[in-house]
Design a protein around this ligand. Structure first.
Ligand SMILES: [Zn+2]
Length: 1055
């Protein structure tokens, strides 16, 4: 469609009579007579007439009232969701519909494996989004042609069994109210003995594969909860400020290989380092273990370093404002300042920062510094300079990194390379141990850190102390900072099976596709998984330690034995049973030499084992699952832990597809928070409630679900009062559509159906559109593109149905004659629409769909001949190839007709507004087109053999009225006449005209004049036929025929 056409139609195409060229008129005299007659006569059509009559008033029009088929239905216009939805849920529950649907499906299962633990009991919009998405998928799969059995399970867990179980119960109640269907009587809980045993089995298999090892490595340690933590248990709050220091360590020797490179600067040469964790500097200052080197300074072999002279110190640059605090150390205030080694690229930065002039005396490569030795400022021992990796950059600091292998991941790797022992003088509470001598007992994150800085400054080792804001890991439970600390832990060797994991990732379908990049990046870079935790709750690591040698005892026999105990008694047995009972027979006599391990497994190992506990164990739950669906944060959480355990033991991913959704934001795209007062609560959306100022209406679960379907969940999604009002409007339109269908099928039964081949073209066209819509919706469900379904349905209902087919259909349905071909064929189409629409929306709007189904005026039988009592027993609409095979030239023609109809309406509107015709219901439309082919086809339509396809039935005029009429419209057909030659004198007689280009090409001329003849009392249409039937002088030809086969009853019918 071109813009040109639009502008012609909208602006320049309307001529007033005086502007029209003078051409001889083509029309009958009756028309002429009424051309300027009053248009004020108020017309009352059958709807109003029937309304009046049913109100008991004796009206002239009442004479034909009983021959008019008005819609009737028990299905309410208002949703009344707060009452009706719980009733429908009770109906499902009382009739065990979920179970019936599952039991009646005998096809292949579809397994959607439900996700990881919710940390607390309060449900928010994120939960609603997640659970409703899952439910939409499950309900769709349950209706799908392939008759797949759905399965969803709820998994919830918290600290203690009692709390977990109470949480499960309250959350279930909420989920049920959202309309979420699940096997609620049979959820899986990670604290079920059966589940715990499966988890022990996964752990055991990983042990036997050689993927589990015990090691002393720095891990994230939470002093506040006294346990190791995994990456997924950390959060990085904004605004963390560390105390960073620029410190110097005095060099004492260079390796012989350096050829006296640094000779000239001794003994006043120092390494300058920068660290944000000064407390790691002591590392191990215990002089009693003097033989071992504990720490080092690392450089990047490829970087250029400079020996610099510190000149013209400009004075104290100490500042203190807000979070930014700086203080110079004593060393810069000394007369004689040492030469320093820093990365060349950082010289100017450091000059500015320290307020000094730095002069480069010599440059050298990092590799030249390897094996230089420096004196540690605390224990005065010699330590080496080592080569670190590319993690050493010139982005910040000095380019030299203080390396304490017990307190950092990269430090650990560098330490391994140089054989540095992994020791940290810090205890479980985050306090220095006696190994740290003078700092013993001080808190490394508090007074210990301060004491170290003070001591270093006294030793003339601090250039500057500076506050530094950065991302720092906090314990997600206690919200307190963590440290890196080397402890004995159990690890899963991700390195051991990383390649298989990466291959498996590429085999999974990630929706949206960016998910693959996220999990690939996270998994390829992750270090070995620390799976042990120092907690008193959870599933134990089933290991015994020899009392003397501390050697662990863990093999197939011991793990199997413990697994069988836990399967019966639960994991508590580990804590209350004696070692000798926990050991298998074979080891009993050695029991006194062993103790139980006290570590438990990471909760992500718990949830990451769910595939083993649920899939392949429960009825019908196949491994791998078809789908996992959670928030994007699970790429580093559940998706990953499940993947790792599954790969390590089964060699393949536990899922075929993974869908992730974003977070729920408010209408403006802001994060929801209590302090902002923008929190949208799912309970309030459903039940209503008081927001800060306004009373919030209760929209019911279906409006909430409609919102879920409307958003592109792959990114962050927005919700708020305005969005909800829009959803509610759309819901109402859908409901109105379904009500129209139900109302006009009140006397329908399947036997009334007209066979497809006999249907008028308008009906075949409608079925063609319906079949297309159903197919596109199915494709969208299959691809999980629910927002497309939302858009398709909305457009279909408004544009194709309300604005056209339903509008046109009213005449056929109400006055076409109860059992007439035109009404029955229309009902055939309506029945197909009702049965299709109600089923395709059911996964998203189950309450609305069931409400419709329970009000169906006829029975629906499925393929096996049984009646579908509930919408979810009805299955997905069967594909209908015949409907789709609508000829292409007909599709093209109908598109033109619909375009023409829109243009005709515009001219009618102008004519009505200008009072050039009477009421909108009495118009005659003249058409002329230069396109001979189109003209001929339109001409055919003017005299269509079946009434339904006739142009005058398709071009209707309607007038919105604000009265309480059932469907809010007065309507009437227009008369249509094709003009073969557009002559001047013809145009002159027509009061209102316009023209437009068909699809941008051929011109169509439209004229509108008052209709000919008189108004039919029964159908309101104007025709010269009125007055020609003696028995019914006020009827048109069509109505005369209808009334003749429906004899007037002796007593007026009561509707
Ligand atoms: Zn009539």
């Amino acid at each position: 469609m071109s813009l040109l056409r639009k502008s012609l139609a909208a602006n320049s195409s309307i001529f007033t009579p005086s502007e029209a060229p003078t051409i001889a008129m083509i029309h009958s005299s009756s028309h002429r007579r009424r051309l300027f007659s009053s248009s004020k006569r108020r017309s009352r059509g059958p709807v109003m007439a029937a309304k009046k009559a049913s109100g008991g008033e004796k009206q002239e029009e009442g004479r034909y009232k009983h021959t008019v088929d008005l819609p009737k239905t028990t299905f309410g216009m208002r949703a009344n969701a707060l009452v009706r939805e719980p009733e429908i849920q009770k109906l499902w529950e009382d009739n065990q519909v979920f179970k019936r649907v599952v039991d009646n499906n005998n096809g292949e299962n579809f397994v959607l494996h439900d996700g990881p633990p919710y940390a607390n009991g309060d449900l928010h919009m994120g939960h609603a989004l997640n659970k409703i998405l899952k439910d939409v998928i499950n309900r769709y799969k349950s209706m799908d042609q392939e008759a797949r059995k759905d399965l969803t399970t709820s998994k919830l867990r918290a600290k203690a069994a009692k709390f977990a179980k109470a949480t499960v119960k309250t959350q279930m109640t909420s989920f049920k109210r959202y309309g979420v269907w699940a096997d609620w009587d049979n959820p899986y809980l990670t604290l079920d003995p059966e589940y715990e045993a499966a988890q022990i089995e996964v752990f055991g298999q990983m042990v036997f594969q050689g993927y589990v090892y015990r090691g002393r490595k720095p891990v994230h340690w939470s002093p506040s909860s006294r346990t190791a933590l995994a990456e997924a248990e950390l959060e990085y709050p904004e605004g963390h400020v560390s105390k960073s220091i620029y410190a110097i360590f005095s060099l004492v020797s260079a390796p012989p290989a350096s050829d006296g490179l640094l000779e000239e600067f001794f003994p006043d040469l120092c390494l300058a380092i920068w660290t944000t964790t000064p407390w790691t500097v002591p590392a191990n200052a215990d002089l009693r273990i003097i033989a071992q080197l504990r720490i080092a300074v690392a450089v990047n072999a490829k970087l250029q370093y400079a020996v610099i002279e510190v000149q013209s110190f400009s004075g104290d640059v100490s500042t203190s404002s807000g979070n930014k605090k700086q203080r110079l150390g004593h060393v810069l205030k000394e007369e004689k300042k040492p030469f320093l080694i820093v990365a060349s690229d950082l010289v100017s930065t450091l000059e500015a920062k320290w307020g000094t002039k730095l002069v480069v005396k010599k440059t050298l490569l990092g590799s030249d510094l390897e094996n230089c030795r420096y004196i540690h400022p605390i224990d005065k021992r010699e330590c080496p300079v080592v080569i670190g990796g590319d993690y050493i950059t010139t982005e910040s600091g000095t380019g030299l990194v203080h390396t304490a292998p017990g307190h950092g991941r990269e430090d650990y790797i560098t330490g391994l390379k140089y054989g540095l022992p992994i020791i940290s003088p810090v205890d479980d509470d985050g306090k220095f141990t006696e190994e740290a001598v003078q700092f013993s007992g001080l808190d490394v994150l508090g007074d210990g850190n301060i004491a170290v800085v003070k001591y270093l400054d006294e030793q003339m080792s601090i250039i500057m102390e500076e506050s530094y804001q950065h991302n720092y890991p906090y314990d997600w439970r206690t919200k307190k900072p963590t440290i890196f600390r080397a402890t004995e832990q159990w690890f899963a060797s991700v390195e051991g099976f990383r390649q298989t994991v990466m291959e498996a990732i590429s085999q999974v379908k990630w929706i949206p596709p960016q998910g693959e990049n996220r999990i690939t990046a996270m998994t390829s870079s992750r270090s070995d998984w620390c799976i042990s935790r120092q907690r008193t709750w959870g599933v134990p690591i089933p290991v015994f330690y020899h009392l003397e040698t501390k050697e662990p005892l863990m093999n197939e026999e011991t793990v199997d034995h413990i697994k069988s105990i836990i399967a019966q008694k639960g994991s508590d047995a580990w804590w209350y049973m004696k070692v000798e009972d926990l050991l298998p027979e074979k080891y009993r006599d050695q029991a006194s030499g062993y103790e139980k391990g006290t570590d438990t497994m990471d909760v992500w190992f718990d949830s990451g084992s769910s595939w083993a506990a649920v899939l392949g164990k429960r009825n019908g739950a196949r491994f791998p699952a078809d789908l996992y669906l959670e928030g994007t944060d699970q790429h580093r959480g559940w998706f990953q832990s499940s993947l790792l355990t599954s790969i390590a033991t089964k060699g393949k991913a536990p899922y075929s597809s993974v869908i992730t959704h974003g977070f729920v934001l408010d209408e403006k795209g802001c994060k929801m928070s209590k302090s902002l007062g923008n929190v949208v609560d799912p309970h309030t959306i459903i039940e209503g409630g008081k927001t800060q100022r306004l009373e919030a209406p209760g929209y019911g679960a279906d409006v909430l679900r409609l919102w879920v379907s409307s958003v592109d969940y792959t990114g962050d999604v927005m919700i708020g009062p305005q969005v909800l009002r829009q959803m509610s409007d759309i819901y109402r339109k859908l409901r109105g559509t379904l009500r129209y269908l139900l109302g006009n099928l009140h006397d329908w039964e399947a036997d009334n159906a007209i066979s497809y081949n006999d249907l008028p073209m308008i009906d075949k066209h409608a079925l063609f559109q319906l079949e297309n819509v159903v197919n596109t919706i199915k494709e969208s469900y299959d691809n999980y593109h629910f927002f497309k379904i939302f858009q398709i349905i909305q457009r279909f209902v408004i544009v194709d149905l309300s604005n056209f087919y339903f509008d046109v259909a009213k005449d056929r349905l109400y006055v076409g004659g109860t059992t007439s071909f035109t009404r029955r064929s229309c009902q055939t189409v309506l029945a197909a629409h009702l049965l299709s629409i109600v089923r395709v929306i059911a996964p998203i709007l189950p309450h609305l769909a069931e409400d419709v189904w329970q009000n169906l005026p006829f029975q629906f039988t499925v393929q096996d001949g049984s009646a579908a009592k509930f919408v979810f027993e009805s299955k997905w609409p069967a594909p209908n190839g015949k409907w789709l095979a609508f000829p292409i030239e007909e599709i093209d023609f109908w598109r033109k007709i619909l375009e023409l109809r829109t243009e005709v309406n515009k001219v009618l509107e102008v004519a009505r507004a200008g009072k050039l015709i009477g009421s909108s219901l009495e118009a005659k439309v003249y058409l002329h087109t230069s396109d001979a082919c189109l003209a001929s086809r339109l001409h055919e339509r003017c005299a269509a053999s079946n009434d339904a396809d006739a142009l005058n039935r398709i071009f209707i005029t309607s007038q919105k009225v604000k009265t309480i009429l059932p469907f809010g419209h007065l309507y009437g057909n227009v008369q249509v006449e094709m003009i073969q030659h557009l002559k001047h004198d013809v145009i002159e007689t027509i009061p209102c005209t316009g023209e437009y280009l068909v699809e941008g090409n051929d011109r169509v001329w439209i004229g509108v004049a008052p209709a000919e003849g008189l108004k039919c009392e029964r159908c309101w249409n104007y025709t010269p036929q009125v007055g020609s039937f003696v028995e019914h002088p006020t009827l048109c030809g069509r109505c005369y025929k209808v009334v003749a086969v429906q004899p007037e009853p002796a007593v007026a019918a009561v509707s």
